[in-house]
Design a protein around this ligand. Structure first.
Ligand code: SF4
Length: 468
């Protein structure tokens, strides 16, 4: 099986969709590099299947233009995106070959009605010079921002040998010993095969900071989300209510006030929802978030992280937070390897279900659970998302997506608590079985429930979204 780093699961990116925004963005960046020594005058992008059906709501056309322009989703100032797209329409795209290619997004980015056999998220780029085809490449967006070029496999790390290869949770148990007592110990050793210790630590820090920043930004913004569905942002109002009028100037100040704002069940429940809503409102408005394991599910891991930091262990050190990220990241990898993290392949169980299982596992470890309880928590969280369909209204990652993150976070906390008081020996279902069941369910699921907006709520509440 492919060997994955947790940084394949956690990627800093831009909303609203990992498979329909981040994936096409990275594919377009790759195509731009393929063109670097070629003289061209025109580029066409052809989008198929799920990418076409919900691509407009997910900003796929915008992502393609940004990728072809060589802009990096990790560092781009998301406030500039609208201006950049306007400039591309006026001035074209400056290629690495120094050609300037004019791009008319309405004609040159084609949303096809058909689905290609190879993958539900397929896109083909074609570059021309004076009407003659110069280069054509096809990419598949695999979910979670992963892309694969046709005939290639960019995901697999060729020749990479990890000290502790993990394909199942049973593998993890077999590596435990006096020195490696926790799931995160083993995951960290594997990460050292990819990068030096200091780099791993810095990258985890950056992921945590970006997650918390996305919550902090989200709780300060109000208004209507873009896309035409007229969905109101709610995180700020909830934050203000819970803080009872207390104001804050900095992130640290805000965190201090959240921690001291009340610890009754209802307050904590509302705070967890607030954290999750904040991230996914940012995601829905092309804000910076961390793909975890996808953009649509980006709020679950930060919401549970902040739940732990604010209400379980207000003095948590960075080392402990890193353990949360390592363990949760590994659970995401196991679903990617054994099933899918793509809604176009497996519905919402592959997004919110996986993120909930990841968060449940990470939380269980930092709350002192055994490795067996860690995987028990992940299993419980997924067990109660099995079969969840993907049905975003209007093709926008807003309804039901934003609230689903709050639900996923609460289920993760419940799963953790059940595992912490449970005996894994008594569990009827184990983690490896639930991964297989999720995959079996994905294969049996009707295609209209796989990020097409042709079933479920999207079908019951059809809306016409304006194109601009
Ligand atoms: S319904 Fe779930 S899987 Fe589908 S776009 Fe929304 S969050 Fe993602």
């Amino acid at each position: 099986m492919e060997q994955l780093s947790i940084f394949d699961i956690y990627k800093v990116g831009v909303g609203p969709s990992s498979s329909h925004t981040l994936g096409p963005w990275r594919a377009a960046l790759a195509f731009r590099i393929s063109l670097k020594n070629l003289s061209i005058s025109k580029i066409e992008t052809h989008l198929y299947g799920s990418l076409s059906k919900t691509g407009k709501g997910h900003g796929t056309d915008i992502a393609v233009q940004l990728g072809l322009s060589g802009l990096d989703p990790v560092i781009i100032d998301t406030d500039d995106i609208k201006t950049i797209i306007n400039k591309i329409a006026q001035n074209g795209i400056h290629m690495l070959s120094h050609d300037i290619v004019m791009l008319n997004s309405k004609d040159d980015i084609v949303f096809h009605k058909i689905t290609r056999q190879e993958h539900p998220n397929t896109m083909t780029f074609k570059a021309y010079q004076d009407g003659a085809l110069v280069l054509e490449e096809t990419y598949f967006s695999l979910g979670g921002g992963f892309v694969e070029k046709e005939g290639d496999n960019e995901v697999a790390v060729e020749g990479m040998v990890l000290p502790f290869p993990i394909d199942t949770c049973s593998d993890v148990f077999s590596y435990l010993n006096e020195d490696l007592r926790a799931v995160s110990d083993i995951v960290f050793e594997n990460e050292l095969a990819f990068r030096e210790r200091g780099v791993v630590e810095k990258k985890v820090e950056a992921i945590i900071d970006t997650m918390i920043d996305s919550v902090y930004r989200g709780v300060q913004k109000h208004g209507i989300l873009p896309g035409g569905l007229n969905v109101k942002r709610r995180a700020k109002a909830l934050n203000d209510k819970l803080l009872q009028g207390a104001t804050f100037d900095t992130l640290e100040d805000w965190l201090t006030k959240v921690k001291s704002s009340g610890v009754d069940f209802n307050s904590i429940n509302q705070w967890v929802s607030c954290f999750a809503l904040a991230v996914n409102e940012e995601n829905a408005s092309f804000g910076r978030i961390v793909t975890a394991p996808t953009n649509g599910a980006a709020g679950v891991i930060p919401a549970v992280l902040l739940y732990y930091m604010c209400f379980c262990n207000p003095d948590a050190d960075r080392q402990t937070l890193m353990r949360y990220m390592l363990t949760s990241g590994e659970v995401g990898s196991l679903f990617k390897k054994g099933a899918t993290i793509s809604a176009a392949v497996g519905g919402c169980q592959a997004e919110i279900g996986v993120s909930s299982a990841m968060a449940a596992a990470g939380l269980t470890e930092v709350l002192g659970g055994t490795p067996e309880q860690v995987f028990m928590a992940a299993e419980i969280a997924m067990e109660h998302h099995l079969g969840m369909t993907c049905d975003p209204i209007g093709g926008l990652v807003q309804v039901p997506c934003i609230e689903r993150n709050a639900m996923g976070a609460m289920k993760a906390i419940t799963a953790c608590n059940l595992a912490l008081v449970g005996n894994p020996q008594d569990a009827i279902v184990n983690f490896d079985i639930v991964v297989k069941t999720m995959w079996d369910t994905a294969q049996e699921m009707n295609d209209k429930f796989k990020e097409t907006s042709e079933g479920g709520l999207a079908y019951s509440l059809p809306v016409v979204i304006p194109e601009c």
